[in-house]
Design a protein around this ligand. Sequence first.
Ligand code: PMP
Length: 467
Amino acid sequence: MARYESVLDWVGGTPLVRLTRAAEGLRPRVYVKPEWQNPGGSVKDRAALSMLRRAEADGSLRPGGTVVEVTSGNTGIGFALIAAHLGYRSVIFTSSMIAQEKRSQIAAYGTELRLVDTFVPKYHPDSLRSQAERFVTETPGAWLASQYDNPGNAEAHYTSTGPEIWQDTDGRVTHFVATVGTGGTISGAGRYLKEVSDGRVRVIGADPITSSYVGGDGSQKYIEGAGHFVHPEATVDEWPKALDLEVIDDYVAVDDQRAIDAVRRLARTDGILAGGSSGVAIVAALETATDLTEDDTVVVLLPDSGRTYLSTYFNDRWLVSTGFTGSATDFDAPTVGERAAAARLVERDEPLAAAVRRLAAEDVGDDVVVLVVHRREHRVLAPHPSDVVGWTTPARLRVAATVAGSVQPAGPRLGTGIGLADPAVTGWDPADGEVALVLDGGRVVATLTWAAVNLEPAAAGAAEVAR
Ligand code: PMP
């Protein structure tokens, strides 16, 4: 075993572990690289250390300075522990949508956490990014790391992750599979592996199906860290400078359900407890390996551990409440899905007359619930809850000035598998006539009204069933 003289020397040097049962029947050797072996528990410790050392070297971060970053969690953890060790103040801007475990870990190192929950595009003055930039301008000695555009991000992987993979496979790696968030990992490690192998190593980008990197609609997903989200009101889809598209040979798009299934299975077959983005990478790697031979060696980078997601992907209650399958919970009572009505959609900015005409042509009754959603070019899945603005009815639309002007706020979110006797439903206060959003695989596929919940069993049989 290695001995380190400081926590910083512990960053990097993660092992390769061969998949046995999960890769049964496949011809190539498949190895995972569990990046939670880093001191902060993720691949992002490498990037944080590299960016911080560069900032010290070029004078943008000086003794007594403040390290600032906008992050979905893991980069914040990396900066938090490194700043603690080196005696810098650190301030992390993030959203409460990220795993609670990551927020708690950041705070544990003594870092200040600024939670920003306004759902606005990047250049809006209230966005995470704008607030962090304002903080840096107003704080003497503050340095904003900007991982999306910082060359130190990919460099970390060019100088450490890539060489480790090459050495630990004795130069036999033929395929490298990684998810793409900022693109730092795949760009840095991928470039190194291509250079050292004279272009022989193929680099595969694994990404959530909604990510705009793989041609998705840019909508939200449940897998943290990987993929590229585009705010529905963003005027441009700006990709990170850290992402080097030339390095990526192929992409594999994976939906949330398959990624969740993959990590749940991996824990049970190989005893390896990995996070959600690891699931995306595993699905892509096993799919890639199907077409390869005994001469091939596939290396899959697993960004973080499943311990961070025990309350979500590995939690039956969460799976049921978001409409993902995999839960062992079994309800005898009628479920939400049985009383739900299939979702009808209009877009918030759609011309009112067009929306009314379309609903009339589809024979949608006056009082039928219609969801008002943000526009998404080439929508690939049903809307994510964050894309739902609220609900309306054809009757309300006819007397409104705009679609947006007729919107009522939506009520609770309920997975199709939740029993109607479940407190999640009985705790629902329908006094204001609100409408619940019904989720299947985390996407809004149906609506539920209090009237439908209270249907007599016989009448319920006639209700439109969502799945
Ligand atoms: N998975 C997780 C859990 C992450 O935190 C990140 C970093 N955002 C990634 C994948 C993607 O890594 P990268 O930013 O290097 O592309």
